[in-house]
Design a protein around this ligand. Structure first.
Ligand code: BJ8
Length: 425
């Protein structure tokens, strides 16, 4: 690791020893899970590089942007409108974390029965190991599930630059009005932070950047309809994870390059697994880096993942924002319309999600759906039951998994998943 990076981490006040330990685990996990795969597209080399530099080069780029007067905003949820952030020449980075860290300290602040995603973000903050968190000029929390909502009261003491967004829980007229009011308040907060007034031209540009990112991942996703599958679910998940960190222009270019390669593979009927391989759709809670446990088990149990109904996946990127408006008001309305369609399980009722899961299973020709719920995540665990029923009604086999970030249940999960894969084979 270069001395420059160590100095950069020191300046960000990271705990260098703990950070070294994290990087070691990350690199080992990446080698064992990602680099052990066979038949990977050449284009994945870019994502391997991104991962090898995820706390290095990318942080340096963000620090350079900050030195040039631009701001970095961190977020935990796909409801934070990136269009508004980009309109103010700022960068949005995802802060959700996918590994247990400093759990003893975390459990002094949060009940043990809090979901891993929330605990992990606290662990990364308490242990001072996340350079994204430390370099963020503003961190946006949001009132979604109870775990997040209440934990931000405590996070407020650890992160002085926390901004909390109030989100609706129902898709009603009042719910939409709340979302609009909150997005207008967020726009003002971003303007204050950056010193940039967001006008229609800037917002149009912001929408264009984010739509291009979405279009690139849509192109990659649609290529996954083909049989044999041209890319593994692990690799496609990685692209979806990198979506939250990378420089937008470089990300779009890299995803399009890999899609060119996949197109050629599809034409030649070349795949990462034989045509007879059972195809799985994953649905449920988001999977942040380096939470690769479940996809790794599925794909080493003889199946291939062909889609992710998740915020780190299609739920997060499904719709484009209409950029045809010419006034600030019209463009803000379009942003509200776009995000109001996100079918997170914190909404009640949430019938759109059930429809989308069935639609995705059909589009990607999945033989079965594995629903992934994090332990103690009430919204997704509760919704797993109607999801299973909706799939049953369409004769699509489903398996409900409840897990966390630990390694303890790997054997048990493997047994259940192997049995499911045999069933749908
Ligand atoms: S839009 S899914 S990113 S809230 S796993 S913390 S729900 S207890 S992450 Fe999410 Fe936004 Fe919704 Fe998406 Fe709570 Fe469940 Fe934990 Fe969760």
């Amino acid at each position: 690791m270069s001395e420059d990076y160590r100095n950069m981490w020191k300046n960000l006040e990271l705990d260098l020893a703990a950070h070294d330990a994290l990087l070691e685990v990350l690199s080992k996990g990446y080698q064992d899970i990602y680099l052990a795969q066979k038949n990977r597209p050449e284009g994945m080399k870019y994502f391997d590089f991104v991962m090898s530099e995820v706390h290095g080069l990318r942080i340096k780029e963000l620090m350079d942007e900050k030195a040039a007067g631009r701001k970095v905003i961190g977020s935990f949820c796909v409801f934070v409108p990136e269009e508004i952030v980009r309109a103010a020449d700022a960068s949005l980075v995802g802060l959700c974390a996918g590994a247990d860290f400093a759990m003893e300290e975390v459990e002094r602040l949060l009940p043990r029965n809090t979901c891993s995603l929330v605990k992990s973000a606290f662990g990364f903050s308490l242990a001072k190991v996340c350079p994204y968190m430390e370099c963020s000029d503003m961190i946006v929390g949001e009132n979604t599930c109870d775990g997040k909502k209440k934990s931000y009261e405590t996070l407020n003491d650890l992160v002085p630059n926390l901004y909390v967004m109030d989100l609706p829980q129902m898709k009603s007229v009042e719910g939409r009005a709340l979302l609009k009011a909150e997005y207008l308040r967020f726009k003002e907060a971003v303007e204050k932070l950056t010193g940039i007034r967001i006008d229609a031209d800037r917002l149009k540009k912001g929408i264009e950047i984010v739509n291009e990112k979405r279009k690139a991942v849509h192109r990659l996703s649609l290529l996954r309809k083909a049989n044999p599958a041209s890319i593994s679910g692990l690799d496609a998940l990685l692209a979806n994870q990198v979506y939250f960190y990378d420089d937008p222009a470089r990300f779009i270019d890299s995803v399009n390059k890999i899609s060119d390669e996949l197109e050629a593979r599809v034409e030649k009927k070349e795949g990462v697994a034989p045509e007879s391989t059972p195809r799985i759709l994953i649905s449920g809670c988001p999977m942040a880096v380096p939470n690769w446990k479940l996809p790794w088990i599925i794909e080493t149990a003889g199946a291939v993942i062909v889609g992710e109904e998740s915020c780190v996946g299609e739920r997060g990127t499904r719709n484009l924002t209409d950029d045809s408006g010419n006034t600030l008001e019209e463009l803000m309305e379009a942003i509200v319309d776009r995000y109001f369609k996100v079918d997170c399980a914190i909404f009640t009722p949430n019938p759109d999600r059930l429809e989308h899961i069935v639609e995705m299973a059909e589009t990607y020709r999945a033989d079965g759906v594995i629903h992934y719920g994090l332990q103690f995540c009430q919204p997704y665990l509760m919704e797993a039951i109607p999801v299973e029923k909706a799939l049953e009604a369409k004769n699509i086999p489903a398996l409900r998994i409840e897990t966390d970030y630990s390694e303890e249940d790997v054997g048990q999960l493997r047994t259940r998943i192997e049995a499911f894969v045999e069933l749908i084979r």
